[in-house]
Ligand binder design. Structure first.
Ligand code: MN
Length: 487
């Protein structure tokens, strides 16, 4: 097969996390509510109603724009996009067209091969979401739920800078990470609060103009975006290879069938008959307002990751994991402060969080943000302090971590109450060492050790550790064993 160039662009829709809808005070937190119970005259598009712009939605969207390196335009304009479909009660959507809220940004993504790829962002604009059509009955009828109608959305449009399905997934994931990090969106894919459309075209190498653009609609998972694009690139390449013509159209991803299916030939912008929204004046934002939004932004994930590496000497992979979600990064840094005070290091905290903490969260099917509740900063710091000062062994600490994670009990109390302190006293350990050497199960290892196999002592250390319920100081045990065996 001859070589083809792939061009991918993403349009990502994200719900903006506000209490009320985009153009009136109707509550927007309809999750789990009965159909059509979160509606108002405005969100139902009744005649005579007037939209009033949600100020918080504009603030959060502007923050989101800055977080993806866009600039916020001092003036933006709302437009009507005509779209005759029953989930849109007014027959048009209020959106932004040629003058969006934010423009010209970018995000970097790291590929599995370790390459950094910069994806340009053309714009971020704000608009209202539609209602939802439900095809539930056994006849041909459809039901409509308007709870979602009029909820605030931001649409982020990338430049066609994406060259592989992997990069598309990484970009989609990165957008989610940033939006959730700054609190602008829940990023909840299952609830449809984050979804993406992918544009993809393929052209023979050496051809300057882009191939026909196919749009894959409403992808609601990171895995699906990668799979759908992989499929579509293959499909278009095969058509070109066979001398055919790729049709510009909208297609849907059928996860159950593992393929895309044609839905309709692509609309063009003029089909939407955009015109300026007469009921909402142009949005004018002062320089002072924009500066306030800038100040509202927290330290962003990439900056945070670089700082964790520089300040705490973490390796980049650990820093990646610790900055996927802001509550985890916050927890980590609080735990570091408390642990350093107790004599431990940041590296120790990273290891306990990533190994024991993440393992238990996964086993208990809990979100990463729940770590702070299960293992308060004071507990993890105390536990690490007990290990680094030699008060308890790592083995005991691991057991206590899990127990404390589940029960919420203070590890320091458990150590005192149960007498779990590490035994480093040679006289006390010598008793256990001699008892072990007298045990017939030790006979084979003893003769191997005496026969010159130095590593056989490890087996004997293990026996003493078990006999002392993991509380013995393994180094002391080892030197005692070597001394006894040398006799
Ligand atoms: Mn849109």
């Amino acid at each position: 097969m001859s070589a083809y160039l792939v061009t991918i662009g993403l349009e990502i829709h994200a719900h903006i996390k506000t209490a009320s809808k985009m153009f009136d005070g109707c509550p927007a937190d309809y999750a789990g509510a009965a159909p059509n119970s979160y509606v108002s005259a405005v969100s139902l598009g009744l005649p005579g109603t007037l939209p009033v712009l949600n100020a918080r939605a504009v603030e959060l969207a502007a923050c989101a724009g800055m977080a993806i390196n866009c600039h916020v335009n001092p003036r933006s304009v709302f437009s009507r996009k005509s779209y005759p479909y029953p989930d849109l009660p007014k027959g048009f959507q209020i959106t932004q067209y040629d003058e969006p809220l934010c423009s010209d940004g970018w995000l970097d993504v790291q590929t599995a091969a370790g390459e950094t790829r910069r994806v340009g962002i053309e714009r971020l604009h704000i608009e209202e979401d539609t209602g939802r059509l439900l095809h539930a009955g056994d006849d041909d009828s459809s039901l409509i739920d308007y709870n979602r109608s009029g909820t605030p959305l931001m649409e982020i449009v990338s430049r066609p800078d994406i060259a592989t399905p992997e990069e598309a997934r990484l970009f989609f994931e990165k957008i989610r990470q940033v939006l959730v990090w700054i609190g602008a969106s829940s990023g909840n894919l299952d609830e449809g609060a984050l979804r993406c459309d992918a544009n993809v075209s393929v052209r023979p190498e050496g051809q300057a103009e882009y191939g026909a653009k196919v749009e894959i609609k409403n992808i609601n998972s990171f895995r699906f975006v990668e799979r759908a694009l992989t499929y579509e690139i293959q499909r278009q390449s095969e058509i070109l290879q066979a001398g055919g013509v790729v049709v510009q159209e909208t297609r849907g991803w059928r996860e159950d069938l593992g393929r895309t299916e044609g839905q309709r030939t692509k609309e063009f912008a003029h089909d939407y008959r955009y015109f300026p929204e007469p009921d909402i004046p142009p949005l004018e934002l002062s320089a002072a307002w924009i500066t306030e939004r800038q100040a509202e932004l927290p330290e962003l994930p990439d900056t945070r990751r670089a700082r964790l590496v520089a300040e705490h000497g973490l390796n980049p992979q650990d820093a990646d994991m610790l900055t996927l979600e802001r509550p985890v990064a916050d927890y980590f840094e609080s735990a570091v402060a408390a642990t350093v005070a107790a004599g431990g290091s940041a590296k120790e905290v990273a290891n306990w969080v990533l190994n024991e903490g993440f393992r238990l969260l996964k086993e208990r099917s809990e979100p990463a943000a729940a770590l702070a509740t299960h293992m308060p900063v004071a507990h993890i710091a105390a536990l690490i302090g007990l290990v680094v000062t030699g008060s308890i062994t790592r083995g005991v600490a691991k057991q206590l971590f899990e127990e404390s994670f589940d029960s919420g009990a203070d590890p320091a109390h458990m150590v005192t109450e149960r007498g779990l302190t590490q035994i480093s006293d040679s006289d006390a350990l010598l008793v256990a060492v001699r008892a072990t050497l007298a045990d017939e199960k030790a006979a084979k290892a003893i003769s191997e050790y005496r026969g010159g196999k130095a590593t056989a002592v490890q087996f004997l250390v293990g026996m003493v550790m078990r006999a002392t319920k993991g509380q013995a100081n393994a180094q002391v045990v080892r030197s005692l064993l070597e001394a006894e065996l040398a006799k």
